[in-house]
Design a protein around this ligand. Structure first.
Ligand SMILES: [Zn+2]
Length: 490
């Protein structure tokens, strides 16, 4: 039976700035495959698989809760398949979306809950769940997730080491801004932009208007955000075609290649065969300046509602950023967001703080927090540890029976080992510690003393987050608290 209302699941990760652009391509590929298979796609879900998400307690379809890496897109796909609202899942690369074997098990549970099974397939991989054999293979595939790409990465790395030693360009992958993809020749237009960025950071650019210059402290230089805005305004293209962001401005200019140096794995290994765009000592000054600034501009630390606010238009998490009217949270387009929802940071932080303090005055809430602070999370983590140790045994058995190769065994083991480490960390996790500190004395006063990162931990222990609704013009410049709709925990 062919799905008549299938989900197409695509993903963005934060390891490549250009990934957001890739979502369109993933969707195209998915739709092409759906046409070929005769599936009807009813909905495209974009998974924002970024490190902004970490492991939290989630409610499973069977009503129990467990610790999972939070992948809201994947979870909502599971819910819709479980409820029958959707009848098939076409993922772009399911083996990476369900990277955690536990995610895969949840999916298998749902797929097997129907007879015939809910059809599942993916564009890139060969992950299918049609038969018991498929499912066994899927378990191995996910357990050794990224294995093939890691093997490739290793092969490429060896080649790169050899090239690096000779100071030759590495080739492949993304074209570094300022250089041609082949031969690593300097692209003069881009070199000019790189020199400009450097000068603006160092505060000695001669291109500022008097008005701009008046706004800049030459001691501090111009902010990356402001440089990015100006480059976008002037329609200066990036290497990938996505607009400039503060992050990309800082990243292109701090690449060692800009100073005519060859780096390998983030370390400068010596002079390169190509010309420097910015002289080495000046480039070092730029990097130093950026490093000094980094301590003060890390918004993920200041903006404690990162990971708490969700865009009501597209379902992505809002991010703290600098807007024209000061700090704000918005559905960041450079990160694949729709850009339609933005809210002034101080408005929403004040309102959430008010709600949190109200919650913290209720005995029932305090009681619940008390429980989280003591047993609940570490219990779940302990159980995970036990499951992981069981899985390690299972893997060893598969290897012994030659169902997997030693290389596969080793890869899978290293993945599980990583998780074991995380579970152990969670057993002595920060959240219980923070909550214990919060609950020890005057709760309201303790809240005020929390660091932004700790505040976020407390919020996430209290509520699943908020959907941020669009601004209603009738409110003018005032903030309407009704824009914050609590996300219902399912
Ligand atoms: Zn959005």
């Amino acid at each position: 039976m062919k799905p008549r209302a299938a989900i197409l699941l695509v993903r963005i990760s934060d390891d490549k700035a250009g990934d957001a652009a890739g979502v369109g391509r993933q969707e195209d590929d998915g739709r092409t495959l759906a046409d070929r298979l005769g599936w009807t796609i009813a909905e495209v879900i974009v998974e924002n698989d970024t490190s902004a998400y970490k492991r939290r307690k989630v409610r499973l379809p069977d009503g129990t809760t467990a610790l999972r890496t939070v992948r809201p897109g994947f979870r909502s796909a599971l819910d819709k398949l479980a409820s029958g609202e959707r009848d098939g899942l076409l993922a772009w690369d399911l083996d990476r979306t369900a990277r955690d074997p536990r995610d895969l098990e949840d999916l298998i549970d749902i797929v097997e809950s129907r007879n015939p099974r809910i059809p599942v397939t993916s564009v890139t991989g060969s992950l299918r769940l049609d038969t018991d054999g498929d499912i066994t293979m899927a378990r191995v595939l996910v357990a050794v997730a990224n294995k093939s790409s890691r093997d490739t990465a290793r092969r490429v790395a060896r080649k790169h080491e050899a090239l690096a030693a000779e100071g030759k360009p590495g080739g492949g992958g993304f074209r570094g801004y300022g250089f041609t993809a082949e031969g690593h020749e300097v692209v003069e237009d881009e070199a000019k932009v790189l020199r400009e960025i450097g000068a603006r950071i160092l505060g000695d650019w001669d291109g500022w208007t008097d008005e701009q210059r008046g706004r800049i402290d030459p001691e501090l230089g111009e902010s990356l955000h402001s440089i990015a805005e100006d480059l976008n305004y002037r329609e200066v293209p990036t290497a990938t075609g996505v607009p400039w962001s503060g992050r990309s401005v800082g990243s292109v200019v701090s690449k060692a290649s800009v100073a005519g140096l060859r780096s390998h794995k983030g370390e400068v290994v010596g002079p390169a065969v190509w010309d420097a765009i910015v002289p080495k000592d000046r480039w070092e000054e730029i990097c130093l300046r950026l490093a000094q600034r980094a301590g003060t501009t890390d918004l993920t630390l200041q903006r404690w509602l990162n990971g708490v606010l969700r865009c009501s238009k597209c379902g992505r998490m809002l991010e703290g950023s600098h807007g024209n009217g000061g700090p704000r949270y918005w559905c960041a387009t450079p990160r694949g967001g729709c850009g339609k929802i933005a809210v002034k940071a101080s408005f929403v932080e004040d309102e959430v703080e008010r709600q949190v303090l109200d919650l913290l005055s209720r005995p029932k809430v305090l009681h619940r927090l008390q429980r989280v602070a003591t047993t609940e999370v570490s219990e779940a983590a302990r159980q995970e540890l036990a499951e992981d140790e069981e899985q390690l045994k299972e893997l060893a058995r598969m290897w012994a029976k030659r169902e997997i190769t030693f290389a596969e065994y080793r890869e899978a083991r290293s993945l599980i080992d990583e998780r074991v480490k995380a579970s152990r960390a969670l057993v002595v996790s920060a959240t219980p510690r923070i909550l214990r500190g919060l609950l020890a004395g005057d709760v309201q006063a303790s809240w005020k003393r929390l660091t932004p990162a700790d505040k976020r931990e407390v919020i996430l222990a209290l509520i699943p987050g908020y959907d941020v609704l669009p601004h209603d013009r009738r409110y003018g410049n005032k903030f309407n608290p009704d824009r914050l709709a609590p996300i219902k925990s399912k």
